[in-house]
Design a binder for this molecule. Sequence first.
Ligand SMILES: [Zn+2]
Length: 590
Amino acid sequence: MVPARLLLFLFLLTTSALQAPAQAIYAENQMPARGVDVEYTVAVRNPVQHLYDVEMLVKGIRETAISVSMPAWEPGRYTILDYAKNVQDFRAVSGRGQPLKWEQTDKQTWRISKAAADDVTVRYQVFSRLLTDQMADMTASSTFMYVVGQKHVPYSVKYSVPGNWKVYTGLEKRGDRYHAGDYDIFVDAPAFIGEFKVLEFQAAGANHRLVFSKPDISMTAPQVEADVKEIVEAGVAIFGKAPYKEYTFLFKVQPQGGNSGLEHLNSTRITVGENDFVSQTTYREFLGTVAHEYFHLWNVKRIRPKVLGPFDYTREVHTRLLWVAEGITSYYGDLLLERTGVILPTEFLSKLANEVNTLQHAPGRRLMSAEEASWNAWLRSDNSENNAISYYTKGEIIGMLLDLEIRARTKNQKSLDDVMRYLMENYANKGVGFPEDGFLQALAAVTGSDFAEFYQMTAQSRQELDYNRYLKQAGLSIEVAKQSATLYVGIEFDRGDGNAVRVRRVMANSPAERARLDAGDILTAMADERLTFDNFRSRLHTHAIGETIKFTVMRGERQLTVNLVPVEFQEERWQINEDPRPTPQQLQLK
Ligand SMILES: [Zn+2]
């Protein structure tokens, strides 16, 4: 860290200590509740039925009807899931216990008629396979409805659960209820309810809980606690303070490895393999997911495009900025690991090189920009492996190039950190999202320099990225290393019925494409000899590059013969190299 950065950091610490308490998360929800209040009670009676018994008491609405809606999606998962489909046995009664008339008015809304003076109790059950006799792994947006037009009022929940089960959630506890000032905050907190392994530590003046769903999971707890604490402190160091009193990591321990996570305001739910703490590789991947999800508490949960909160839960909401929300979060996830020393600077570079390599092997990179990938997050093309890119991957790469470009243009006086702080101060702390051009404007405001061309070429264009233009400023460069030559036909295949070779994918511009093979084809014979899934690879390699090979193919009910000519192929590995003798200016930016 250069001295200028350290001074800036100290300055931020002092100013934030003098600031008034942070504004509400959602300024739009800061309207008087006018006595309206929604109180939930959730009971788990027989967990193996996988049913939550939900009671929703709606108080204080003096109208002759109310509508209640179940979200169609969960923020952070850009896919329509129509949670209303798992609602059953819907009923409504008045404050005096009289049944009220109701009707469904669309796929997710129930309209209840009532006397103006009536409070309303709505009862329904929600089916969830994540509720078992071991725990309730509860997604709030698939459990809790909102009163239409009343998302801004206080919502709270009380749980009635089996004997020793305890509740862990990111919501604030008041008495026996978990409370939020509005529905958008209320529904942004999943809950783990059961008996768990819980670690706790203080950092940045706040409490942090690590809740592992498997109480007897084996790990070196002090190490895990220390590593997560360092990640927390590295995140807080960027912004000057933690914008919460308590943060809860909910770790769903599963038999199989691999992490996936979902970010929330003051919590995250992350899946982790029960053996992921055994090997250094899987443990670091776990910490990488922790860092990514934790950084989201700023980027996307608070620093957010306008449509990402308060939310329209009834339908898709589109933004061209998911590459910022996810890609730049991935960049920071890796950066936090590097800043805490979990990974070395060279490992940080090789992680970024992996992203470059992934992008450069995606044929969709010339058909879809980062903005297009963001906008179309809700749609997954049936041809996505050929026509789409990941806004995580390209967004992380843009994050790296952008950080370098900002530091080069400002002689290392500013970095991407300053942009994130700017967005926090100018939007998030005011409780509002930024407009679609807000990120570009923030770049100009922070650096005093026009980033329109950079933005166009990296985020908006489908053109190849000009990596070296930016990397060379830090004495780095892209090198495409060719792997040793092999025989190549250009298909991916899997095991079909009866051990058959079934073509799963035909690569663009490959011998297989030229031979007109198609996904779904069954390769039954090669040079008139029977093929099986097990012998295909070895038999293929008895042929020579450039030789015409006859394949017998079943395509549906038809038998075809195709001639395929394998070519020599050298896989390209994109990597980032470091100049062994960087200039002082380059060294400063590294
Ligand atoms: Zn994410």
